[in-house]
Write a protein that binds this ligand. Structure first.
Ligand SMILES: *Cc1c(COP(=O)(O)O)cnc(C)c1O
Length: 323
């Protein structure tokens, strides 16, 4: 089996990101809860997409592409971080975003513009429509001699997922240095790549941790995540050897994807006021509140330490208020 270091990867983020214990939260909930600050990864306002882009954009460069296309909702963190990383690499970035959610010039749409992305909207609910449009635009650009690279929504393909396998390798070294052992790794699941990478990474580097994805969208992630993790393993010429109880999806969606949930607000405020950390209402706020509700319901049996992976998203706070 190949090592992650055998694959091309560009150093886009500042890693390792901090990992430390949330002292006030741990005291309050009677359980050791640690945080992996991937919101502090050194690009824009941080976020999980940068680890994926390290692999994806390395592939784009290796293929000689000068233009990168991606998509997401209007306030997509992934689209914004792709714009930021593409700009740094001297690549043109075309974002074809779903005309859904907050489409006026706020939050990530301001940042997309600062990073110089070509932002277009499509009034559709289907990413297939958007992928078709990307290919149509890319054909026009090809006539002018440009070569395009296509990144799916969320950067959640097998190559992107490897970014979060790499994250677990990083966590393993940090945990060893701190003398701590995590029984659980928890993060938001929005398109599945992060959780898939964490599952593969746990398999490779941290075999007795259980990965719990907190679903913030309603796709069938219970199947999507292990399938994507297996596909990511195959890029390393390996297979994903599952073990009972190594992964679970729990949904904490509220009224739907990107609809802030009033029940989460007290949890978001509690983390801000006790630890100084910002969560967003679309991903991390839901994942965090969902995790603490699980903790209170006895889901995390035993006393093993829990690691919450903070995946970023703060720009949403400037696009939508907490309900
Ligand atoms: C995209 C995103 C997620 C979800 O990650 P996926 O790999 O798409 O499941 C979580 N948090 C934030 C802030 C995100 O932008």
């Amino acid at each position: 089996m190949k090592q992650l270091s055998d694959l091309a990867r560009l150093p886009l983020g500042v890693y390792p990101t901090p990992l430390y214990k949330l002292e006030n939260i741990s005291a309050r909930y009677g359980r050791n809860i640690w945080i992996k600050r991937d919101d502090l990864c050194g690009v824009a306002l941080g976020g999980n997409k940068v680890r994926k882009l390290e692999f994806l954009l390395a592939d784009a460069k290796a293929q000689g592409c000068d233009t990168v296309f991606t998509t997401g909702g209007a306030q997509s963190n992934h689209a914004m971080l792709t714009a930021a990383c593409a700009a740094r690499l001297g690549m043109r970035c075309i974002l074809i975003l779903k005309k859904r959610g907050v489409t006026d010039r706020r939050g990530n749409l301001i940042l997309d513009e600062i990073y110089g992305a070509d932002v277009r909207f499509m009034d559709t609910d289907s990413y297939d429509d958007i992928y078709a449009e990307m290919h149509r635009v890319a054909e026009e650009l090809a006539v002018e001699g440009h070569t395009s690279y296509f990144i799916p929504c969320g950067g959640s393909n097998a190559l992107g997922a490897l970014g979060y396998a790499a994250c677990v390798e990083e966590v393993t070294a940090q945990a060893d240095a701190l003398g701590v052992h995590f029984g659980h790794i928890v993060s938001a699941t929005g398109s599945g790549g992060t959780t898939a990478g964490l599952l593969l990474g746990a398999k490779l580097f941290y075999p007795d941790a259980k990965v719990t994805g907190i679903g913030v969208d309603d796709d069938p992630f219970g199947e999507i995540v292990p399938a994507l993790a297996a596909e990511a393993a195959s890029l390393l010429d390996g297979t994903l050897e599952r073990r009972a109880d190594d992964f679970e999806m729990v949904f904490h969606l509220g009224d739907g994807y990107a609809i802030p949930n009033p029940e989460d607000t007290p949890y978001i405020e509690e983390l801000a006021r006790s630890e100084g950390i910002l969560l967003d209402p679309v991903y991390t706020g839901k994942a965090w509140a969902g995790m603490l509700k699980l903790l209170q319901s006895g889901y995390f049996e035993g006393q093993e330490d829990i690691l919450f992976v903070h995946t970023g998203g703060a720009a949403a706070l400037f696009a939508m208020d907490l309900p």
